[in-house]
Ligand binder design. Structure first.
Ligand code: OOG
Ligand code: MG
Length: 267
């Protein structure tokens, strides 16, 4: 990491516990930098790794990773300028067309993403978009349900990384396609909420090409001492801004060439 650790081991464990409590019991907490103003990006990842360790110790399974804050729309919406990564577990996955409960979330928002399923393990540093495409089994459309545990969805980069990039739920679906059959830069996406178009965009919004976001993720993983295993499910980052949802809302994300992903929200 370019930034050094400023937190002690005890601070990291304490903050990991605090974030886990907020995620598991769905309550908002102040951003961590209110208490630790010197927190760096490296500190954020140290807390995120502690959170991952705690979940895995409780039997959650790591199924993949996500890139976040990779599009201008997302960076502007959240007021940050550098992308980040987070982990995904089996407990976060929800089936296509399912009813997703909101009582176990703080203030959920939905965003459209291109997801990759890997057939070969990737190891950084130096991973490129071409490496990613060669290691990809297929891509599919996904909707990520993010839920910042910080009051008002207000945070800075160190805090949001510690909160695992606001990861909460995700839904993959639509049509799986091979990357060689698509131009991944130019896929259009439209999100409908209750039958009305609420946001739209094109996949190039994600660092110019979604595979660039996955390459960046693999290179950050290398800094954390991790690789991206074959079989991983990886989301490349929200293409559009994230849209708030509440019980009663139904969402359809329509992707050019990749079909659509639907879900509805209940109490
Ligand atoms: C951070 C999560 C970012 C994305 O796709 O950009 C993210 C947030 O906006 O709360 O998942
Ligand atoms: Mg996302």
């Amino acid at each position: 990491m370019s930034n050094n650790l400023t937190l002690s081991r005890e601070d990291i464990v304490r903050l990991g516990e605090r974030v886990e409590g907020a995620q598991t019991r769905a309550y908002a907490i102040p951003k961590l930098t209110d208490e630790y103003p010197d927190m760096t990006i490296a500190d954020g990842y140290a807390v995120q790794s502690e959170l991952r360790r705690r979940f895995i110790a409780k039997g959650h399974k790591l199924v993949g990773w996500k890139a976040g804050l990779t599009s201008k729309a997302k960076m502007q919406q959240m007021g940050v300028s550098v992308p980040s990564i987070g982990f995904l577990t089996d407990r976060m996955a929800r089936p296509e067309n399912s009813a997703i409960t909101t009582s176990d979330l703080v203030h959920p928002r939905v965003e459209c993403e291109v997801a990759f399923v890997m057939k070969e393990t990737l190891q950084g540093p130096g991973c490129t978009a071409a490496d990613v495409l060669a290691a990809t089994d297929y891509v599919l459309p996904a909707v990520e349900i993010i839920d910042s545990r910080f009051s008002g969805f207000k945070f800075d980069l160190a805090s949001v990384i510690a909160d695992n990039g606001s990861s909460a739920r995700f839904v993959g679906g639509g049509r799986a396609r091979y990357v060689e059959d698509l131009d991944l830069r130019t896929l259009g996406v439209v999100m409908e909420k209750n039958g009305e178009i609420v946001t739209l965009g094109a996949s190039a919004a994600v660092l110019g090409h979604p595979a660039e976001a996955i390459a960046m993720l693999v290179n950050i993983l290398a800094e954390l001492g991790e690789n991206l295993p074959a079989g991983s499910f990886v989301m490349s980052g929200g293409i559009t801004e994230a849209i708030p949802v509440k019980p009663g809302d139904s969402i359809v994300a329509r992707f050019q060439e990749l079909g659509s992903v639907s879900m509805r929200f209940v109490e």
